[in-house]
Design a protein around this ligand. Structure first.
Ligand code: ZN
Length: 185
């Protein structure tokens, strides 16, 4: 049965030192592991999805405008993938099992065709990685739970701004969403 790796928001704005809304070093430290997982999933014929925030600066109708500085605007450096993942994506963006797509909310399922793409491919198991553990990874996992997917969270490939948020989220994934939380190979 095919599985999916969902790499959430691993862009310069969330990861790089100069990113507009960066989680900084903890986010940079998971670059290698995220890229390893992408390589593994793609090579064995599983699927890699890269849902990525997209915003218009100052959009008066978007709820994040009041909450965060402008980030991940279309056609900006901030919205490009960070580090090793950027190189990996450049080499794999034409692969038939690699899909990058925009999202406008925290969850990768909100207002996107992700659920349909997964169901069309008979995928029932999703592996979620990226940033931020307690925001977009969390909301994506909650929707995956509500839609009936088996969930694996790779703790060594997720990162966030604050350690308390990371710890709370990892407990929540396991104890409340029934996810398998793994770390290491
Ligand atoms: Zn956003």
């Amino acid at each position: 049965m095919a599985e999916a790796l969902i790499i959430v928001d691993y862009t310069n704005d969330f990861v790089a030192d100069k990113g507009a809304l960066t989680a900084g070093k903890p986010a940079q430290e998971v670059d290698t592991r995220i890229t390893e997982l992408a390589t593994e999933f793609a090579a064995r014929g599983d699927f890699v999805f890269l849902p990525t925030d997209i915003h218009v600066a100052g959009d008066p109708y978007h709820p994040e405008t009041k909450l965060f500085p402008p980030h991940n605007q279309e056609n900006t450096w901030g919205r490009l993938y960070y580090g090793q993942l950027a190189k990996w994506y450049a080499a794999h963006d034409d692969d038939s099992n690699v899909f990058a797509f925009p999202k406008r909310r925290y969850s990768s399922f909100a207002g996107t065709p992700l659920d349909q793409w997964l169901r069309e491919r008979r995928i029932t198991s999703v592996h979620i990685v990226g940033v931020c553990t307690d925001i977009c990874v969390l909301h994506t996992a909650i929707d995956a739970y509500n839609l009936g997917y088996d969930i694996t969270i790779h703790a060594d490939a997720c990162a966030t701004f604050n350690p308390d948020g990371a710890k709370w989220s990892l407990d929540h994934f396991k104890n409340t969403l029934g996810a398998t939380v793994v770390s290491g190979k």
